[in-house]
Design a protein around this ligand. Structure first.
Ligand code: ATP
Ligand code: MG
Length: 231
């Protein structure tokens, strides 16, 4: 759930995939998983690693990436195995990259625009994946069913240098659900990542929707029940 503060050991599988190219740890999640970038100055490939007991989560992500890439900018799967997922880099930076710390309004707008593009692009009728497990089995009546990202926290939107959305990563929970399952979490994560108030309105305005306080409260409560920590 944050950028690493120093170098981390490079697992053998990552070193093998890098084949003598530069490797750096770019992200550590709350489950102990580490994502490495391969290549410099910017990574051209990424390897996401998860501790062995959670390896099955990457299999779910592989299925979803392979489906979604036909419709929207998401990472191309190059290879995967037990506990690791090797993808081609999307252009752009995470919305929580330090360059956006000074421009949280730009990041919030790009996250909203990006989620709207994702929801408009992914076809509900063709989607084989159901709602993310954290949504539970008694959601309120849907405002609009879309293919949700499923973990729409700010770091999972990538933003191009011209501040337009570049794509989405971390699609292991993608599936059909009410669009507020994404919007409630995306707006909540602005507080974790940028602090302060006011960016929620920027995000929802960029998405093109008025706030829905009841659905926002519902999905945030389900998320907080199920998720160990923000990502
Ligand atoms: N193919 C890719 N192209 C560009 N950036 C990537 C790619 N894969 C991973 N990243 C970067 O690495 C970070 C971590 O990847 P990802 O979100 O998939 O890992 P995670 O461990 O599931 O994260 P979380 O903490 O949200 O659970 C992303 O936020 C993004 O900055
Ligand atoms: Mg992530």
């Amino acid at each position: 759930m944050s950028a690493p503060t120093g170098p981390l050991p490079v697992p053998a599988v990552v070193a093998g995939l890098a084949a003598h190219r530069p490797v750096s740890a770019v992200w550590v999640n709350e489950l102990g998983g580490v994502t490495f970038g391969i290549g410099a100055p910017r990574p051209v490939e990424y390897v996401k690693t998860y501790p062995e007991p959670l390896a099955h989560l990457l299999a779910a992500e592989v299925d979803r990436l392979r489906w979604a890439i036909g419709h929207a900018p998401v990472p191309r799967v190059l290879a995967w195995g037990p506990g690791w997922l090797h993808t081609a880099a999307l252009p752009g930076r995470s919305a929580v990259d330090p360059v956006f710390a000074e421009r949280p309004d730009v990041a919030a707008a790009a996250i909203g625009t990006g989620l709207r593009m994702l929801h408009d692009a992914l076809p509900v009728a063709d989607c084989p994946f159901g709602p993310p497990p954290w949504v539970g089995d008694a959601p309120p009546p849907a405002d609009r069913l879309v293919v949700c990202h499923g973990d729409a926290c700010a770091p999972n939107t990538l933003i191009a240098d011209d501040a337009t959305p570049a794509g989405h990563v971390d699609l292991g929970e993608l599936g059909v659900a009410d669009r507020w399952a994404d919007l409630a979490i995306a707006t909540m994560s602005l507080d974790w990542n940028f602090g302060g108030e006011g960016f929620e309105a920027v995000l929802l305005d960029a998405y093109g929707v008025a706030p829905d306080p009841d659905r926002i409260a519902h999905y945030r409560a389900r998320w907080n029940d199920e998720a160990p920590a923000p990502g």
